[in-house]
Design a protein around this ligand. Structure first.
Ligand code: ADP
Length: 488
């Protein structure tokens, strides 16, 4: 079966695939989840619960406890109590728990992948091949460090900090939990983790895995709630460290809240990455990289390559190929193994994307979207390309956090660096060129924590990740990721 789609400029032909849904029966949802405090699921103090939805269908998946200040306090006290024992365990004993968690996650990988797709809306292909394997790799990696800390910081003796309050976003729910929990535990800290309000379910399933691993009670506590819950955690006087991943706006609030206290802080915030294509690049590969850079995870990626900078001499060619390519992306059921682009995570996020694209068009951008069918229910946004954009445009400066690419052009390598750096963010960048000297020079001059050369969105637990400027500070991953959790 073949289906023709045309945009007036080109006529690619997409294969129509039969549905290939991943069965969801492997996930056993409970109607209601309590707070995970001191090794057990408990009722919230207020008795309040909220719902979490499947954004692809708007179906309610479960009710989740709302943690208020009293619950935050209970969780912090449990973590403090557990710290007395956990921080004194030899590193090789802590490592055993981390290895055990990693192995249990491997055994239950499919269950986690399906649940993550249900609660987040991202395609099963990504949860199965990216989120869950990377989560496991993180636990394995930091398990390896737990008994070798003196080699990580040669000549110095690292000490844990105490209780870490960790607040994570909804775009990579389980993976962000692993980025936070694994290095904290490896270094001897205990944890109170707050998942995002729209995606709490895989963190709660992780709590079950922690029970299965017989992690001592209180070493990791998981409290669900909204921004207010997060704020209570940040303000709690007995928390020694805050690690936050989320929006720059909330990051600034948190930085103000901890200013003048003894709390240590790391922030991983927003981005507006420059993805630079030089005229000597391998164009077809670069087009694949651009697609991966912005449409992976519906563009809900802080390091997404959302600002495409193309050298003027090849701009028409690249844009033409890109438009052709995105007509072939499959949008729809996240549980279908052929789906490339899933659902937008929530209605407010969808409205934010729509509003920013509207502003872009009012400011003169030209919009291109494939005319693919969208499901009737749920939150959906077509992969979008905005051309005729300059750095004066809102869509070139603001983080959209959706499948929307803003295209700009440049003439010289100097101009590419200048446009790339002309932004308040500095999380990531990408560069495509045939010349090693050119990408090395670009990487040295661009103010971004991560620079990908002739590839994009590659993650590895051994490699540090984090930002410059308003993208935050502190690194996660690699030996650098241990540093925010130790004192000397
Ligand atoms: P996004 O814009 O990606 O939704 P947010 O920064 O709003 O990101 O949210 C990221 C995480 O921060 C979520 O877990 C959210 O509940 C939490 N959060 C939101 N507001 C606050 C706040 N004022 N203090 C602490 N945590 C917060």
């Amino acid at each position: 079966m073949r289906r023709n789609r045309q945009d007036g400029q080109s006529a690619p032909t997409a294969w129509a695939y039969s549905p290939a849904p991943e069965p969801r029966a492997i996930v056993k949802l409970q109607p209601r989840y309590g707070l995970f405090i001191n090794g057990a699921f408990v009722e919230p103090h207020s008795g309040r619960y909220f719902t979490t939805l499947n954004p692809a269908t708007e179906e309610v998946l479960a009710e989740v406890a709302y943690a208020e200040a009293e619950d935050v306090d209970r969780a912090v006290r449990a973590a403090r109590h557990a710290y007395e024992h956990w921080s004194k365990l030899p590193g090789k004993e802590r490592a055993k728990y981390l290895f055990r968690i990693a192995r249990l996650l491997q055994e239950r990988a499919r269950e986690f992948a399906v649940l993550e797709s249900l609660d987040n809306g991202k395609p099963i292909r990504e949860t199965r091949d990216v989120d869950i394997p990377l989560t496991i790799a993180h636990f394995f990696y930091y398990a390896g460090w737990a008994d070798k800390l003196e080699y990580a910081f040669q000549g110095r003796t690292p000490r844990p900090l105490g209780v870490a309050g960790q607040i994570i976003p909804w775009n990579f729910p389980l993976l962000m939990a692993a980025w936070k929990i694994a290095p904290a535990l490896a270094t001897g800290n205990t944890v109170v983790l707050k998942p995002a309000e729209t995606t709490p379910l895989t963190a709660l399933l992780l709590a079950e895995v922690l029970q299965q691993a017989e992690l001592p009670p209180g070493v990791v506590n998981i409290i669900t709630g909204d921004g207010q819950t997060g704020a209570w955690l940040v303000q709690h006087p007995d928390v020694d460290k805050i690690a936050f991943t989320g929006s720059t706006e909330v990051g600034k609030l948190i930085q103000k809240a901890v200013a003048g206290t003894r709390k240590r802080l790391t922030l991983e915030l927003g981005g507006k990455a420059a993805h630079v294509i030089f005229e000597d690049a391998a164009i077809d590969q670069a087009v694949e990289g651009i697609v991966n850079g912005i449409y992976f995870n519906q563009g809900h990626v802080c390091c997404a390559g959302s600002r495409l900078l193309v050298q003027e001499s090849i701009a028409d060619l690249v844009i033409r190929k890109l438009k052709r390519r995105i007509q072939l992306l499959r949008i729809g059921d996240p549980l279908d193994k052929n789906t490339d682009v899933g659902a937008i995570n929530s209605l407010p996020q969808l409205q934010k994307i729509e509003r920013l694209v509207q502003v872009g068009m009012q400011e003169g951008a030209e919009i291109y979207q494939p005319d693919c069918p969208l499901p009737e229910r749920g939150y959906w946004y077509r992969p979008t390309i905005l051309t005729n954009v300059s750095m004066a445009h809102t869509v070139a400066r603001e983080e959209i956090f959706g499948p929307v690419l803003s295209v700009l052009t440049f003439r010289t390598p100097d101009e590419a660096v200048q446009i790339a750096n002309n932004i308040r963010y500095g999380l990531s960048a990408g560069v495509w060129t045939n010349k090693g000297s050119r990408y090395l020079e670009f990487a040295a001059r661009v103010k971004a924590g991560v620079v990908w050369c002739n590839t994009y969105n590659k993650f590895d637990p051994t490699s540090p990740f984090g930002g410059y400027k308003e993208s935050g500070f502190g690194r996660e991953g690699g030996v650098h990721g241990l540093l925010p959790y130790v004192a000397f």
